[in-house]
Design a protein around this ligand. Structure first.
Ligand SMILES: C[S@@+](CC[C@H](N)C(=O)[O-])C[C@H]1O[C@@H](n2cnc3c(N)ncnc32)[C@H](O)[C@@H]1O
Length: 228
């Protein structure tokens, strides 16, 4: 909490109206595929037609990675969490257009969804691609990847479940590596102190493209939940 007693948020709600297509995606798609934190703990075994891996993506932006992955693995269950409403509208519109049955979405703060909705030990992959880097030192407290968050995320993973993070900001990548290595319930799938090779199946996202144009590198980190 800050002095004003407001929680520190990892996002700023950007202004931006939804396009007509995103509005349509939202109004038709949310009643079918939307979830709300107010409904409480998620039941992975009801409301899904498939029984494959349970994959959660935090901060999917415009949904590029989630949509591509959901389309190429129709038996897996994909749960997106994003606060940027145009992105949620786009994801829902595309879910309808591509006739995907395996996507569900929360349009709320992931901190709340992780605390109140996702059962512990239930997630096979938790992925966070290009989280806001919050470049300035005085803003580092707003970064998502911090020890308390990582401990919370690790508790949601099934045994051998994976936490997969990618970033294009080297100082943040270094910080992520030390935070993840310090979490005792996780182990690096690469050698200690090393990043993971970019997995061929991780689709390129809007922020990754932007970073690449600016000449940034990309760092993937893949950590696995240890045996209990
Ligand atoms: C830098 S963007 C990256 C978007 C996308 N993953 C990509 O690579 O193009 C980070 C995204 O995370 C979302 N975000 C940040 N904190 C969040 C939170 N606590 N809950 C849900 N979404 C969050 C932001 O709204 C934003 O869309």
């Amino acid at each position: 909490m800050t002095e004003t007693n407001r929680p520190i948020r990892s996002f700023v709600l950007r202004a931006g109206r939804m396009t007509a297509g995103q509005e349509r995606g939202w109004s038709v798609g949310f009643p079918k595929f939307g979830l709300t934190a107010a409904s409480g703990l998620l039941n992975w075994e009801s409301g899904w037609e498939t029984r494959g891996r349970r994959i959660v993506e935090i901060g999917f932006g415009m949904g590029d990675s989630l949509l591509t992955m959901a389309e190429s693995a129709p038996d897996d269950r994909f749960l997106g969490i994003e606060v940027h409403t145009p992105g949620v509208g786009r994801l829902l519109g595309q879910t309808l257009e591509r006739e995907l049955q395996n996507v569900r979405v929360y349009a709320e703060d992931a901190m709340i969804v992780l605390d109140e909705c996702i059962p512990k030990g239930s997630v096979d992959i938790l992925q966070i691609f290009f989280p806001d880097p919050w470049h300035k030192k005085r803003h580092h407290k707003r970064r998502l990847i911090q020890p308390a968050f990582v401990a919370k995320a690790a508790a949601l993973l099934a045994t051998h479940g994976r936490l997969h993070i990618a970033t294009d900001w080297m100082p943040y990548a270094e910080d992520m590596l030390s935070v993840l290595q310090a979490e005792p319930t996780l182990r690096n799938t690469s050698e200690a102190g090393q990043y993971a090779p970019r997995p061929s199946w991780r689709p390129e996202t809007k922020f990754e493209r932007r970073g690449t144009k600016l000449g940034h590198g990309v760092w993937d980190l893949v950590f696995e939940k240890r045996d209990a």
